[in-house]
Design a protein around this ligand. Structure first.
Ligand SMILES: *Cc1c(COP(=O)(O)O)cnc(C)c1O
Length: 339
């Protein structure tokens, strides 16, 4: 195994041995190729570079107690990438090609899958983009699908602790009938100003509101929002948020634990009434929220008043992470062992 300081790895890029690539050309997908290069040779008129025809996914491979490597709900990532492809008129990556590419990229870089017990994991980044040359605004005829991997450390270096976020009211991530439900690079470009604003004010992430009325909660940076109140798991329903696979999983686990689940518009005004608030996504699973500062409205909401994440968030977090590392029973068949 590669010798790295696993526990202190950042969420950043570390070079691994191989990546895999596949090109769609002349109406069909070619063979999956293995590359040792970190670079892609791309046409300067590729639609990805000019018109943002690009989508990506993010998932993790975990080494379990038994030494085996596990993927978590890879099929959901594959389906979501197809949804993103449909959203910006790209060629879809077939499910079996997605699976083969992810498994190959993980296996070829097995020495970078962090050891069990370090809290680290192997981040898997599939990406799809228009590589064909066009100058007029239209979809490309050629696409490239790439999967690379990079080891990442535990998200919470000092343990599962509350974070602070800020409501950003002067920039939007995605429009209601725009590309918010697709995992496309353009949404991330659009979010950079909001992220910078939150960081400059000393907060970890921006909380975006609905773009039309600024009355409802959309997302927290690149993570979904959830709240706990009266034994109920509440998460926003909106036409501009990206459906998080972590959120879907937490909804199921909440039901398993006997909580009620509400997927509905969540008003900013309700923030005062929540017992627990969190952000969820692959990177951290759950980031418990300790403070939300509505800077422009001059209002601060506080949670985790004893400095600790709430009991429901903690239980959900431990259950999901336990399934991912193979410590808890995988009742819903979410885990695939890489063989
Ligand atoms: C990727 C992403 C998420 C998190 O989704 P997961 O599938 O849980 O990793 C949430 N919001 C946005 C905008 C995202 O891009």
């Amino acid at each position: 195994m590669q010798n790295l300081d696993w526990k202190n790895l950042p969420f950043g890029y570390v070079k691994t041995d191989y990546n895999v690539r596949c090109t769609f050309k002349d109406g069909k997908w070619g063979n999956l190729e293995v590359s040792e290069s970190e670079h892609i040779n791309i046409h300067m008129a590729a639609t990805a570079l000019h018109y943002g025809q690009e989508a990506f996914e993010g998932m993790k491979a975990y080494r379990g107690k038994d030494g085996k490597i596990r993927l978590f709900r890879w099929d959901e990532n594959a389906k979501r990438m197809q949804h993103s492809a449909e959203g910006i008129l790209m060629e879809k990556v077939p499910m079996d090609l997605f699976h083969e590419a992810v498994v190959k990229a993980v296996k070829l870089n097995e020495r970078f899958v962090p050891p069990y017990g370090t809290g680290a994991s192997l981040y898997v980044r599939p990406l799809l983009f228009g590589s064909g040359a066009e100058v007029g605004v239209r979809p490309a005829k050629e696409y490239m699908f790439v999967v690379f991997v990079t080891p990442v450390g535990p998200y919470f270096k000092e343990g599962f602790n509350p974070v602070k976020i800020a409501i950003v009211r002067d920039s939007d991530r995605a429009a209601p009938l725009g590309t918010g439900t697709f995992k496309v690079g353009g949404n991330y470009a659009a979010s950079l100003r909001g992220v910078a604003k939150a960081h400059d004010a000393g907060y970890g992430s921006p909380l975006y509101l609905d773009t039309k009325e600024k009355l409802y909660i959309d997302e927290i940076g690149a993570a979904n929002f959830f709240a706990i109140k009266d034994n109920t798991y509440i998460t926003p329903k909106s036409s501009s948020i990206l459906v998080s696979i972590t959120n879907k999983s937490l909804i199921q686990l909440a039901e398993d634990l006997g909580l009620k689940v509400e997927r509905r518009p969540v008003a900013v005004d309700e923030l005062d009434t929540f017992e627990e608030v969190g952000a969820c996504g692959t990177a951290a699973v759950i980031s418990p929220i300790g403070e939300i500062n509505d800077i422009d409205a001059g209002k601060v909401y506080k949670y985790c008043k004893n400095g600790k994440p709430g009991p429901v968030s903690t239980k959900l977090y431990e259950t999901l992470v336990g399934i991912q590392y193979g410590e808890l029973e995988d009742k819903h068949n979410w885990v695939t062992i890489v063989e």
